[in-house]
Design a protein around this ligand. Sequence first.
Ligand code: F6R
Length: 619
Amino acid sequence: MCGIVGYIGEEQAYPILIKGLHRLEYRGYDSAGVSLINAKGELLVYKAKGKVSALEASVEGKDVSGTIGIAHTRWATHGEPNETNAHPHYSQSKNLTLVHNGIIENYKALRAELEKNNMTFCSETDTEVLVQLVEYMMNSHHCDLYTAVQLALKNVVGAYAIAILEKSHPDQLVCARKGSPLIIGVGKSATGRKEFFLGSDATPIIEHTKDVIYLNDEEIAIMDRTGRLEITNLANVKQTPQLVKLQMNLDELEKGGYAHFMLKEIWEQPNALRTCIRGRLNMADKDVLLSGIIDHKDKFINCKRIIICACGTSWHSALIGKYFIEEACQIPVEVEYASEFRYRNPVIHSDDVVIAVSQSGETADTLAAIQLAKEKGAFLYGICNVIGSSIARATHSGTYLHVGPEIGVASTKAFTGQVITLALLGLAIAKEKKTLSDDMFHMLVEELQMIPDKMQWTLEHNKGIDEYAKTFTYCKNFLYLGRGYNYPVAMEGALKLKEISYIHAEGYPAAEMKHGPIALVDEEMPVVVIAPKRGNYDKVVSNIQEIKSRKGKIISVVTEGDTVVKGMSDYYFTIPDTRDCYVPLLAVIPLQLLSYYVAIAKGCNVDQPRNLAKSVTVE
Ligand code: F6R
């Protein structure tokens, strides 16, 4: 949540910061702000409520010069989204400005203490407490900014990524992190001198440099114009910066001709999944090679149980993973909401494998859940998309999705990437445990290889939905039903619709409908039924009949060639036939398209839905 961008070098900072803020806007868009030190040594701050474009409009005609600056796009936690609560925040003397991502949990106690020492506050935010605390430390300990930050952060409980400017030292930029990501980009300006970029993820940095340093928890960095970069931890122990190359291309961050990132990411899925399985499926031997488990086979072969922790869409893919792994590997799998798991003293044994599934790799609850599991001795495996993310680094091993950056707030290609990665993991474990016959194993490998082509087919054959979606503009509720592997797909379809079109939707196991939700069904109620000609097909057909006899509108997802369910439906989507366990990879696509086009018909901002942000780095 929230995006931070920073720059120190020889270029004008403002254009770099604004472009960076646009790239980071998917992380939060309640307000935006920028702070610069100009050539006269003035510490300037400009802020605006709303999007980055509002900030741009508000600075027109004003002085935005300076070769050092920090900027922020906010997802509000403490204090409503307005200009006063927007970052950057000044310290009382206006010698410092600070931007912050995260939550300071003990900010009330700190604020009360600072107020006793005659410090006054303008905003309701925890962030202003942080900048005042740093200034208080500078004054009371007569120390420099760097030392003051160290002292201040020792008193702070919570998560933070911060960047600070000091008016009296216009040639240095200080930043720190704990629990919220922060990346330093190391570039070269036109004169060959080092310049530094800061980002709460790599997206604002990539167009300037691919050389980055991922700051670790409780590390503080200082960068200056001479090209000096020093990192220490809170205990003042010097750290050696590890320079790594970013594996990302700029065009992955552009819409590439699509109206929205979400639509681009839906259409990207066949190629994204081809990249995900490349090198992991060996078709000559019909084999699966997952480097993440090669050195840890014993952990998976001997484990008594697998626990998967995740949130939101990732929790849905985890549930599909559970069905697959239990069926293929005969290992019991529990799927946990990370936010519940971390607070209920769960029973975890040293022979448990705990898997974290997270697109961003930064979700605070998922990170805390695996930290708890680590303390209890479990083996940790991460399934993340963002390379170098906190969860990827906190786990013992893992597999990256490699589906490319996901910018649309509503997750699409990460979901299918997670499902296919969990299937690869299940197959790799099944191979080691010999829980599948050779024939079955080979057949599942062959079929998995065909999924990207079948996804392409699904996209090409379900194009008419944009017109039909207009019918639902005035709907208040939707019901989504599926059985077995498709029950999590029903929940995922409902979540997509809720998130971006603000229509209430519920995903249910189809058979559970008669235990409650059927009471909601009337002629106004669209019911989306995932009804492939597989598994419990006949039972799903009965469920559809039950809905029809109560005049509910049926929108179905059917297998190509099916005439029965088609005939019973008001609208249908077609998918190619595949094995039960892979149907979610195809069935979710029309549901993504349905939610997208309903949201478009309602005039909603698809890529930046209200109240949501991409990466939930706060509890
Ligand atoms: C829904 C969505 C969220 C995320 C959830 C977890 O479209 O994107 O529900 O799935 O916030 O995020 P990650 O996967 O980054 O841990």
